[in-house]
Design a protein around this ligand. Structure first.
Ligand code: SF4
Length: 457
């Protein structure tokens, strides 16, 4: 399930342009997958010689990349479109909500065009129609790895589009279609270009990372003289050769996930797994139509942790799903306690339009959902605090994200922290550090989510 975040116009900056050069503003809403779509669009725009405007006023038109996953995200997308229309007037909409143009056109009839998720050609065609491309694009100014909306030292690596699962609460397959994997040599080549451009941390994303390549029947490809099947385990093997942190998101507990644990034990893949379990009660998981069996999942987590003691587990859960009894909910709490989930996001079930779960019996009252959400968050906060406290005194590698506000202070992350969604390491160092530097630090303090550490040098 995607986290919801906003990357506004100010995230994209360029050198001042002459007024003759057409300028496009971009508002990017939604999950990291949508952010990667925005990066591809920005890269195409710049390759064709468009400038990217850091504000509405300087833009000749504005692209709004929307999210449509939850009703709250749809409302936020419609608000963002309205704001862009008010501030600029010339707006093209793309992204997940673009799969339902009638909703957008009903709310905002003046939008210039609407295209759906990952329809790069259609987005560019709409831009060409409403803003003539310049004649002399400065292609030589384009970095080899394309333009990134994330800081230079980490990058999202999208390995597939769409999803072949049919979870009953989710409309992503309806919005984004079935699984379409990128051939493995394309993904590995992109990853290598990113590393060459200065990226120190790759964040692998998709809707179901462990299903990678299923649609291509795991077709073998050649990369740097070696054969790699288009599958999760070979992807991990290829990425591990690049010598940077590699973080796996949206992994489902299929049996073959066990095969990347040895790569983590050898330090080749970052010991972090983002597994959206969603629930632990077998009957609810069946009602949710979740992929991958979770029968032996606790045993497997224990075995992963035996082999990789530093393994951090992040997950997302839904409380108040139709039919959830108090006993189901207790099963969920027992699961997070036993699995010692390091980081968890919890969502109250939302009755999303067009989701199959709308038709299930036993919808839960909002006040019960609210109470369960608070109980979940309290239990999870205690687990996270206990896990964080156990780090005090240990030495860990941390990656610097930003210079802090006081002298010798930096904002960094440990291998257990993905950017944007997990904790921060408040690092003290007398060295002159830059974003992307990785240093060994001793952990001195911890609260529920964040750590404090001293640079060892
Ligand atoms: S795995 Fe399930 S929740 Fe995730 S995108 Fe696919 S259908 Fe939706």
């Amino acid at each position: 399930m995607p986290a919801f975040s906003v990357y506004g116009l100010a995230m994209v900056t360029t050198s001042p342009a002459s007024s003759a050069i057409p300028r496009v503003g971009l508002v990017s809403l939604g999950c990291p997958k949508a952010l990667v779509d925005s990066e591809r669009i920005v890269t195409r725009l710049r390759a064709e010689g468009y400038q990217i405007s850091p504000d509405y006023e300087g833009a000749d038109l504005v692209l709004v990349n929307t999210c449509g996953f939850l009703d709250s995200a749809r409302d936020e997308s419609l608000d963002a479109i309205g704001e862009a229309i008010k501030a600029n007037g010339r707006v093209i909409v793309t992204g997940c909500l673009g799969a339902e143009p009638e909703i957008i056109e009903a709310a905002h009839p003046s939008v210039l065009a609407v295209t759906g998720p990952h329809q790069y050609e259609q987005v560019m065609a709409a831009v060409h129609t409403h803003l003539t491309p310049p004649h002399n694009p400065h292609l030589d100014l384009m970095p080899e790895a394309g333009l990134k909306l994330t800081p230079r030292h980490y990058a999202y690596l999208k390995i597939s589009e769409g999803c072949h699962n049919r979870c009953s609460f989710c409309i992503i397959p309806k919005l984004r279609g079935d699984l379409v994997s990128r051939p493995i040599h394309h993904v590995l080549t992109e990853a290598e270009q990113l590393v060459r451009a200065g990226v120190r941390e790759l964040l692998v994303i998709s809707q179901d990372t462990s299903a990678y390549g299923l649609d291509l029947r795991y077709a073998p490809q050649t990369w740097k003289g070696e054969t790699y099947d288009t599958r999760f385990v070979d992807l991990a093997r290829g990425l591990s050769s690049l010598g940077v942190w590699t973080r796996m998101h949206y992994v489902y507990p299929y049996p073959h996930v066990d095969q990347i644990i040895p790569l983590m034990a050898e330090g080749l893949i970052t010991p972090y797994l983002d597994i959206p379990f969603q629930h632990a009660s077998p009957s609810l998981l069946r009602a949710m139509k979740r992929p991958a069996k979770q029968d032996r999942v606790l045993e497997r987590i224990q075995s992963w942790r035996r082999d990789v003691p530093d393994l951090a587990l992040r997950s997302t859960f839904i409380v108040g799903f139709p039919g959830e009894t108090e006993a189901d909910f207790e099963t969920l709490l027992d699961f997070i306690r036993e699995a010692k989930i390091d980081r968890a996001g919890c969502f109250k079930y939302e009755n999303v339009a067009h989701a199959d779960s709308r038709d299930l019996p036993g919808h839960i009252d909002e006040d019960i959902k609210e109470a369960r959400w608070h109980r979940f968050m309290q239990v999870q906060a205690d687990i996270s605090a206990e896990r964080a406290a156990a780090q005090i005194g240990r030495v860990q590698d941390v990656i610097v994200d930003a210079v802090g506000e006081t002298p010798d202070s930096y904002l960094a992350r440990s291998k257990a922290d993905a950017p944007e969604i997990d904790g921060i390491v408040h690092l003290t160092s007398t060295a002159s550090l830059r974003p992307g530097d990785i240093v060994a630090a001793r952990i001195t303090e911890a609260d529920h989510y964040d750590l404090w550490a001293d640079d060892l040098r």
